[in-house]
Design a protein around this ligand. Structure first.
Ligand code: SAM
Ligand code: SF4
Length: 363
């Protein structure tokens, strides 16, 4: 029997897959790897179709109270010029997305948890909704927040929330963050639980190819997404930044191309296991391979996040080095993406929210 035929792969990942089998698929090569990608591509066509939904990304501010060891905009990186977009700039980005029929936005930022930040986001949500006729599907990606804050933002129109768990393995999480109260694994988990309780559409994800991370850790991450019943998943390769503490461990990393392929395998396995979730083709894929996001779409992703951040801010939102498109404006991003998605058989779904089918089924 050919263990890694397409049918075998689908059967293996059905119902209650074993960790060892997921690990084997993450190690797959040659025909086995090809079959994994083909199986995922077929499942995607069957369950979510070939439509790709846009979420216009607004990188609102790079001011952050945290010091995650991997992130280029961590608080202690003094080489970053800190910025916060004006309300007018945010609203202009939202209007651009509205006019271009993107239908959805992601408001992302460094993490702040003070009263001023809470009020500012509430205000921005109201301004965005006013300027776009309440027609945008708004995703927030603003780090860990209290239930009260999350409720308030929901009231003003936040419908989806992206909070990557980064790794579902607590020991690894501790290695990637300072050991203090504001970098607490349990708090991150609890925030995901609160988001679920409030009935946000919940997005999470991990970085792939981190130092100290094993294939078993990654297989556990996939099982975590399933057990947590996550609606949208954004996974991207970890890419080092020389101004971060984790950079010292760069000799432990897989070569960058292997991190890229491993991320594709993670997406493919996840698509086969969680057939109707939304999966993001992350910008970090494009940092490694010019058509990296398109390759991700081919093996299971169905969401793209074109960057809408004004160009003058982009070089100061470098989570990792070699981030693509930092010298472009939104228009250029859109045009190049459209052509490339067609190349891999995808079709951009303008004017549609593209909510996670997985989420809608539960409502
Ligand atoms: N501050 C919020 C948070 O951490 O949830 C949202 C913004 S944060 C910049 C968004 C994501 O960037 C993080 O969840 C992390 O996975 C990713 N990221 C940070 N540094 C990275 C790196 N060096 N390589 C790849 N992704 C990175
Ligand atoms: Fe701040 Fe998010 Fe970067 Fe951590 S990953 S330092 S919370 S912006």
């Amino acid at each position: 029997m050919d263990f890694f035929s397409k049918e075998n792969i689908v059967n293996l990942l059905q119902d209650n897959p074993k960790l060892v089998d997921i690990v084997k698929l993450l190690k797959s090569d040659g025909d086995d790897k090809r079959n994994l990608f083909l199986a995922a591509s077929e499942i995607k066509s069957q369950f979510v179709g070939n439509k790709v939904y846009f979420r216009g990304l607004i990188e609102y501010s790079n001011i952050c109270r945290k010091n995650c060891y991997y992130c280029g905009i961590r608080k202690n990186n003094i080489n970053v010029a800190r910025y916060t977009m004006t309300d007018e700039e945010v609203v202009n980005c939202a209007k651009y997305a509205y006019d271009e029929k993107y239908s959805s936005l992601v408001l992302q930022s460094g993490e702040l948890n003070n009263e001023k930040f809470r009020q500012k986001i509430s205000e921005l949500l109201q301004k965005i909704n006013f300027a776009t006729n309440n027609e945008m599907g708004i995703t927030l990606s603003l780090g860990e927040q209290t239930e009260e804050t999350l409720k308030e933002w929901q009231k003003y129109g936040g419908r989806r929330y992206l909070l990557r768990i980064e790794t579902s393995n607590q020991e690894l999480y501790i290695k990637l963050h300072p050991n203090d109260k504001i970098h607490d694994f349990e708090t991150r988990l609890e925030t995901l639980e609160t988001l679920r309780k409030l009935n946000y559409q919940v997005g999470s994800g991990v970085m792939v190819g981190l130092p100290f991370q094993t294939l078993e850790n990654l297989a556990e991450d996939i099982l975590f997404f399933r057990d947590f019943d996550i609606d949208m998943i954004g996974m991207g390769p970890y890419i080092e930044h020389s101004d971060t503490p984790l950079y010292h461990f760069k000799n432990l990393l897989l070569p960058i191309n292997e991190r890229f392929i491993l991320t594709l395998k993670m997406i493919a396995v996840l698509r086969i296991m969680m057939k109707d979730v939304n999966i993001v083709a992350s910008t970090a894929m494009q940092a490694i391979d010019k058509i990296g996001r398109e390759k991700a779409v081919k093996v299971g992703a169905n969401i793209l996040m074109p960057n809408l951040t004004p160009q003058k801010y982009r070089e100061n939102y470098l989570l990792y080095q070699n981030k693509p498109c930092i010298d472009e404006e939104a228009d250029q991003c859109k045009n190049c993406l459209e052509a490339r998605i067609h190349l891999v058989g995808g079709e951009i779904a303008y004017g549609q929210w593209g909510d996670s089918k997985h989420y809608l089924k539960k409502q």
